[in-house]
Design a protein around this ligand. Structure first.
Ligand code: 15L
Length: 267
């Protein structure tokens, strides 16, 4: 890949990847709705509101691959989710298709399948069970990716990201932690592997407590380096400070499941 676009440059994942990806891809265009405060000299940046098709057409022009991290990254009001993650994701895929972009790596989320119980081990072929409006928008993005792959021959990889960061933050994150360097491996598979058509991978490291069967990613050569259990004591100490969350603790999506939960009241 000679030139790639990464959206969501100012977000948590984008900010970390701005340190890691330039060593891999020499020509990266970074984008977000606003310029990141810490944009370094020499980083190529174009602002774009994903809900504005004309602006999205400009950022995809001339790139071969896109890593689409941009959008609303947690649960939020429908208007915000709709604008950034439904309209915005459509604009991204549609303008990438029109511009002849070959590959898209889409940052999906564990919240597309958050209502699976923790004792169930799931693969990438399960029916989506979103735990939030945000999770629904990620399931929508995966479906859009499948459409552009199957109908238009775009090569699309959806990463159901667990929790990206330097270390797992609590008990749930011991299962779903994703080390930043492992995310880079997954992005590289999506942008470079010759056999990618449409694939879903879990964005998760080699965690002993994982709920996910990530053999599909391993089939493409993924060899995660991160092991959450190396941080177990730290994560469990943080967990001990959290208030009890009986619904969240039942499901993989954790607090995204218990937030606004009232199923018990309906009988
Ligand atoms: C996500 O999808 C969010 O973007 C992130 O902020 C975390 O909440 C993460 O999931 C998680 O499940 O921990």
């Amino acid at each position: 890949m000679k030139k790639i676009l990464v959206t969501g440059a100012a977000g948590g994942i984008g900010t970390r990847l701005r340190k890691l990806l330039p060593g891999v891809y020499p020509d990266i265009r970074w984008s977000d709705i606003h310029k990141p405060d810490d944009l370094a000299a020499g980083e190529s940046f174009m602002a774009a509101d994903l809900a504005d098709l004309g602006a999205v057409e400009k950022i995809v022009a001339g790139v071969e691959g896109v890593v689409h991290l941009g959008g609303f990254s947690v649960e939020g009001p429908w208007d915000a989710i709709h604008r950034a993650n439904i309209v915005g994701c459509y604009n991204l895929f549609e303008s990438a298709y029109r511009a002849g972009v070959k590959r898209v790596v889409f940052a999906s989320s564990n919240h597309a399948v958050g209502f699976y119980p923790r004792e169930k081990r799931i693969g990438v072929d399960v029916t989506t069970r979103p735990d939030s409006r945000y999770g629904v928008s990620k399931a929508f993005g995966e479906a859009l990716g499948a459409l552009y792959a199957d109908k238009h021959g775009m090569r699309v990889t959806c990463l159901r990201i667990g929790n990206f960061g330097e270390s797992p933050l609590d008990k749930r994150r011991l299962a779903i932690w994703l080390k930043p360097e492992d995310m880079v491996q997954l992005i590289r598979i999506g942008l470079e592997h010759r056999d990618i058509r449409f694939e879903i991978f879990y964005g998760v490291s080699d965690n002993a407590d994982s709920w996910w069967d990530n053999s599909n990613a391993r089939r493409f050569g993924y060899k995660p380096l991160g092991k959450a259990e190396e941080f177990r004591d730290h994560a469990m100490a943080a967990q001990a400070k959290l208030p009890p969350d009986p619904i969240g603790e039942r499901y993989q999506g954790g607090p995204f499941c218990s937030d606004e939960y009232d199923a018990d009241k309906r009988g």
